[in-house]
Design a protein around this ligand. Sequence first.
Ligand code: NAP
Length: 229
Amino acid sequence: MAGALDGQVAVVTGGSRGIGRACALELAKHGAAIVINYNANAEAANSCKAEIEAMGGKALTVQADVSSADDAKRLIDAAIAEFGKVDILVNNAGINRDRTIARMSADEWDTVIATDLSSAFYTTAAVVPGMRERNYGRIINMSSIIGQMGNVGQANYSAAKAGLIAFTKTAAKELARNQITVNVVCPGFVETEMVGALSDEVKTAVLANIPLGRFGTAEEIAACVRFLC
Ligand code: NAP
């Protein structure tokens, strides 16, 4: 297996399922060694690792709840311990806890902000010293079209995703002098378990506003991430 990312090491948070898994496989296909982070589902992470190894690639799975600063640091430390460095960081892990503002609990707000926004700060802060030393890095943050548009029932999610866009712009400005690029991807609705959980009624309403008449695929988003690397 030879590719444009040969010799590089990529950490993909939430790399076990959905968009993150597609990113992990795509970057591995192009030669990067992959650190597959997951939170709860070890089986999915192990199957992603097996798929990469079957292609002749290298992969490591690391359980870490990236909404915790300590876990996020432990994830990056584990990547460096195994592969010596991190060249690429894909901040993809995300959850939703949808409810209208009047019904949303403080815990639902805090959990989504911590998982979808603070996590990117924690992991980025942990990879930056090494990237600066090597004067090279690629950081890609997974926001959402909801961070640009807002959506009923997603005050927590839309605020986190909008925050991620602003975080990316600042990080890009701070880190450009070290040849580290920081980009954000804002997918529309993508066919994954996250969207699979929506009711048929909501899916039909969403599809009515998509000119192509279909959801995106995780592979389409992964191709964009690979381009940014
Ligand atoms: P998904 O299928 O639900 O997968 C989520 C992934 O994140 C899983 O690997 C999960 O691991 C991991 N994860 C969740 N909480 C975590 C935590 N605290 N620490 C570490 N890992 C955690 O989601 P997806 O649809 O692929 O979405 C991926 C990203 O794209 C998210 O940031 C999402 O907001 C964004 N996005 C999705 C869509 C869409 O339509 N699907 C659209 C725009 C943006 P475990 O299974 O181990 O928990």
